[in-house]
Write a protein that binds this ligand. Structure first.
Ligand code: AMP
Ligand code: GLY
Length: 425
């Protein structure tokens, strides 16, 4: 079948690689894609949020399945666009409906959903500008640090961890007054959870679900989890401390009630759900939902999935996921992201990337690269993701680290301590 994948980062390169391997895939189109996805299929220069252009492409290329990588098109309603368009009806979209994508698109909506369906999460309240005084009162009842979250999508920057109440009050005011534009018209104020983070991914057809490999990403720019938040500097899969008991708690307390809650609330969901969790003294609490796979977690998770990904997607589309199984490699995956120096602040683009073809024993996923006159150059903050698979996490990390050192471009930066926290314990 002809498949269209939307997006153009490292996650999409990993998805493209797995889709292209499927016996069920005859032609893969990626819009807009990147030089990495071009090795797996045909890149089409169409934005993932230009629905009319995507429609034209689907009709022209006889696309039979659409897989959505990033959250933007989902939150903007690409699922509903396909369902309601008579020319596109019948082309399944892997992703949630617009209403269900609110689980990521609105933090207040997600928290209400968790509360309604008794899914354990941090104590919180949400406020708009009319609730300013009440918000300040609520902040004063919390211990520090205080977590403030812009309700809407804010390019991954909308969560502030404030170390003093004064700072929290100041930031709360600024957020309500447009610090993140419309995204912070509403603000979720919540208690800070002290624990260790991990991510769980499921693929659901809205009724059944399949558990995918667990992963842990490393969001901070600096070694030892210091400095600014980024999109993600590396990932490991599986999470060594996610034993059977913890996974049972997560399935019973988070995953099953989420799937049931979606049905109860008539939220149509046929895609990936990302459960962002904080484990506090062995007990899982929900931090957030994402309505897509994580990046760079996908680059660690998908290479461990041995099942045919397109076959799983067909199970989603036909609501027959109960008939499918995911087979997962025993190997450990370690992903290290190479970034442009300066990221997540200002960084320069257009640096020539070399030595990439000499890399052995790792999969190189392209995130922010471009090809100019046949030469590969940097074009984003996160440039490449290097994934290695090995019998042990230590070994996988060692290979990725060695290869991260080999690839060259000016001002290259990477964290050499990915996995440090779980290896210690
Ligand atoms: P998000 O944008 O929701 O992924 O949040 C960004 C990061 O903020 C999360 O990955 C956590 O590291 C941190 N965070 C969010 N909420 C909390 C919380 N209630 N307690 C502690 N850390 C949090
Ligand atoms: N790596 C975090 C995310 O994809 O949201």
């Amino acid at each position: 079948m002809n498949i269209l994948l939307l997006g153009g980062g490292g996650r999409e390169h990993a998805l493209a690689r797995s889709i292209a391997k499927s016996k069920l895939c005859s032609q893969l189109f990626i819009a807009p894609g990147n030089p990495g996805t071009a090795q797996c299929g045909k890149n089409i220069s169409v934005s993932a949020t230009d629905f009319e252009a995507i429609k034209k492409l689907c009709i022209q290329e006889k696309v039979e399945l659409v897989v959505v990588g990033p959250e933007d098109p989902l939150v903007k309603g690409i699922y509903d666009f396909f369902v309601s368009d008579k020319d596109l009806k019948g082309i399944p979209v892997i992703g949630p409906s617009k209403d269900a994508a609110q689980l990521e698109g609105s933090k207040a909506f997600a928290k209400e959903f968790m509360q309604k369906h008794n899914i354990p999460t941090a104590a919180y309240q949400s406020f708009d500008v009319t609730g300013y005084e009440k918000g300040i009162e609520f902040i004063q009842t919390l211990n520090t640090p205080v977590v403030l979250k812009a309700d809407g999508l804010a390019a991954g920057k909308g969560v502030l961890i404030c170390n003093t109440l004064e700072e929290a009050e100041e930031e709360f005011k600024d957020m309500l007054h447009g610090k993140f534009g419309g995204a912070s018209e509403k603000v979720v104020v919540e208690e800070f959870l002290h624990g260790i983070e991990m991510s769980v991914f499921v693929l659901t057809d809205g009724i059944n679900y399949l558990l995918l490999p667990t992963a842990k990403d490393y969001k901070r720019i600096g070694e030892g989890d210091s400095g600014l938040n980024t999109g993600g500097m590396g990932a490991i899969s599986p999470v060594p401390f996610a034993d059977e008991l913890l996974m049972k708690k997560i399935e019973e307390r988070m995953i099953a009630p989420t799937i049931e809650g979606l049905q109860q609330d008539k939220l149509v969901y046929k895609g990936f759900i990302y459960f962002g969790l904080m484990i506090v003294n062995g007990e899982p609490l929900m931090i957030e939902y994402n309505c897509r796979m994580g990046d760079p977690e996908t680059e660690a998770v998908l290479p461990r999935i041995e099942s045919d990904l397109v076959d799983l997607f067909l199970g989603v589309a036909n609501e027959k996921l109960n008939e499918k199984k995911v087979s997962i490699s025993d190997k450990h995956a370690a992903t290290i992201v190479l970034t442009s120096g300066g990221y997540p602040g200002f960084f320069e683009k257009g640096k020539t990337i070399s030595e990439i073809n000499s890399i052995e024993n790792s999969i190189i996923f392209h995130a922010g690269t471009t090809e100019q006159n046949g030469k590969l150059q940097t074009s984003g903050g996160r440039v490449l993701a290097i994934t290695s698979l090995a019998k042990t996490l230590e070994e996988a990390l060692k290979i990725s680290k060695t290869n991260a050192g080999k690839i060259q471009f000016d001002n290259k930066y990477f964290r050499s301590d990915i996995g440090f926290d779980v290896l210690k314990s």
